[in-house]
Design a protein around this ligand. Sequence first.
Ligand SMILES: Cc1cc2nc3c(=O)[nH]c(=O)nc-3n(C[C@H](O)[C@H](O)[C@H](O)COP(=O)(O)OP(=O)(O)OC[C@H]3O[C@@H](n4cnc5c(N)ncnc54)[C@H](O)[C@@H]3O)c2cc1C
Ligand code: SF4
Length: 348
Amino acid sequence: MNPFRFERAYDAPAAVAALAGAPNGAFLGGGTNLVDLMKLGVATPDVLVDVSRLPYDRIEPLPNGGVRIGAAVRNSDLAADLTIRARYPVLAQALLAGASGQLRNLATTGGNLLQRTRCVYFQDISKPCNKREPGTGCPARTGYHRNLAILGASEACIATHPSDMAVAMIALDAVVRVHGPSGERTIPLAGFHRLPGDAPQRDTVLEHGELITAIDLPPLAFATRSLYRKVRDRASYAFALVSVAAAIDVAGGEIQDVRLALGGVAHTPWRATRAEAALRGAPAMEDEFRRAADAELADAQPLRDNAFKVPLVRSVVVRTLLDLLVDDRLQVDDRLQADTRLPGEEQR
Ligand SMILES: Cc1cc2nc3c(=O)[nH]c(=O)nc-3n(C[C@H](O)[C@H](O)[C@H](O)COP(=O)(O)OP(=O)(O)OC[C@H]3O[C@@H](n4cnc5c(N)ncnc54)[C@H](O)[C@@H]3O)c2cc1C
Ligand code: SF4
């Protein structure tokens, strides 16, 4: 690991000032991704500014009926929060589907949004990779890409975003609050992560030195009936091949409103806006769910070894929406409880 200077910030202006003069510095949340990348030689910051002790460790109600989640809130605490579990169960489920109990105890909300792709070439400094070293090429295109993107990819990069939490948050219309050298700003999560285009080295629209301070969730009454379903190679401790975050509002057999987002399919958490548009006003029936999934997948560009994701997305979207039609809140609560295991228990 390269030598680096460690600093700890106790308020946002101090954290931002500490990075302003360090073009190759980085903020440190729980360190569960950044420190791994430093050990691999993928990230080589010369200054680390620890922001995990900033006073952003609370989950608070907002005057508009929404909820503000501080950037330093640990993933375990967010998943266990009673307000989140009752009002946005899809978010609690997504968090509990990710990583392990020990990792979730350390991982922060801000760091989770900014974790980097698990493309094997990105993590191996002996291999070329446009995201790690722009202009060197993308060996994943012809190499190992089973877990990579089918939507929104480019010639330069076909990586997927790995966060489960972000998929639920984008379905909930989350807004990212940022404090930077030029002051504060808010960024809708839908515009926060970037598609790769010809600059895959940039995962998000954040500028250097901008600190995430919180994520706001707007109120969404029908999110009380929401689900996160994740398909992966093994039952736990694995990233999504495909995941779906969904909430649906049905009255008289007709879909009044719906939220749908996909994980494991693109460089960003993917809001399924085409499927949502197809579903609003349609009868809440399996055929309509399948048609909506197909509308979303119309532009999919699978590669040799990830074409299985196309039918998998369709099936998981249909299954998840059908499950939401079953008006059985107990089932959802049971699933949450089954997922709230002690650290280590989920690796059985
Ligand atoms: C074995 C393993 C399995 C995993 N499985 C899953 C999984 O299945 N699903 C899943 O979603 N995740 C999974 N993860 C990833 C895990 O969720 C992330 O590593 C974690 O959420 C990152 O949070 P952190 O606070 O530790 O971030 P850090 O590692 O501290 O930071 C990550 C990035 O965010 C930046 N950063 C941190 N905080 C801020 C801030 N406030 N403002 C601006 N920038 C900031 C850092 O500079 C860095 O670039 C897994 C991780 C491991 C190691
Ligand atoms: S898919 Fe992206 S991250 Fe993976 S090798 Fe290609 S450029 Fe690098």
